[in-house]
Design a protein. Structure first.
Length: 273
């Protein structure tokens, strides 16, 4: 008797570019898990019906990407602490008794930095660029690592301050406009802005990166991103893009669904090549 593989998918718009099907197919082959994973294009306003249809057809789990992470947050019956904090869900676990929502983005970033690159976040001065959904999704896991300080900087200072206040119970976090960064230095600068979509970099002081500092861009591409190039031009010891984070957050989702941890390094290497 043939065992039918369990069904998983990623939903978003656009979605054709998604690397998630390739990543999870590699995870499944590596761990011997019987599953199929595909990409589903969802039209604006159609997220909840699309999830119900997928679930009714026997779907076991979903990844959720732009622009539906907040829709998924509303849709879930039960939220993890980190998803509740983030105000966004990127992983849905579809169970008979209900739908659980989680957010694996922040842990993906932390694991890429600490495990894959050996970077210690404790005691560091961290600058987080941007105050949108991407920034909100990674703040809680970053603060759990106990940096000395975490500064959120945004074009609109009020948004940065508002976001910092939301997370201030978890550690030393403050919010500023870009202009207020003058005279300050940071050990790690993380770019969570959309500036990279137009091959731009936020307006930063020339000396904002400390000696021996690192840069990390949540975005990734076949060529170095604008922020990765900026980091290298300003003497960063390491200037990393978000491909490792993408694979690590996927591994966390895979573990939530299947109860096993895939090896991420060979998958990252396969995507790089």
């Amino acid at each position: 008797m043939t065992i039918q593989p369990d069904q998983y998918a990623v939903m978003g718009n656009p979605i054709a570019h998604s690397k998630s099907p390739h990543i999870h197919t590699l995870f499944a082959a590596q761990t011997g898990q019987p599953l199929e994973y595909r990409a589903i294009l969802v039209e604006p306003g159609g997220f909840a019906p699309a999830v119900r249809k997928f679930r009714e057809a026997g779907g076991k789990g979903l990844n959720v990407t732009v622009p539906f992470k907040q829709d998924a947050w509303v849709f879930a019956d039960l939220l993890s602490v980190r998803a509740e904090r983030a105000g966004a869900v990127n992983t849905l676990i579809l169970e008979p008794g209900g739908v659980r929502g989680d957010n694996t983005d922040g842990m993906g970033l932390v694991r890429d930095l600490t495990v894959n690159h050996g970077y210690l976040l404790a005691g560091r001065r961290i600058l987080l660029l941007g105050a949108g959904g991407a920034a909100r999704g990674i703040l809680q896991p970053l603060l759990v690592e106990k940096p000395t300080q975490l500064v959120v900087a945004n074009r609109t200072a009020d948004k940065a301050l508002e976001l910092a206040l939301r997370f201030s119970d978890l550690g030393r976090v403050s919010g500023y406009g870009f202009a207020e960064l003058a005279g300050r230095q940071f050990d790690l600068i993380i770019n969570a802005t959309a500036a990279g979509l137009s091959d731009a970099v936020p307006p930063l002081p020339e000396d904002v990166l400390a000696p021996d500092g690192w840069c990390y861009d949540l975005m990734y591409g076949s060529e170095p991103t604008a922020f990765v190039r900026w980091g290298l031009e300003h003497g960063a010891v390491q200037a990393l893009d978000g491909l490792g984070m993408l694979v690590e957050q996927a591994a966390e989702s895979f573990h939530l669904w299947r109860g096993v941890w895939p090896e991420t390094k060979p998958v990252i290497a396969a995507l790089r090549s």
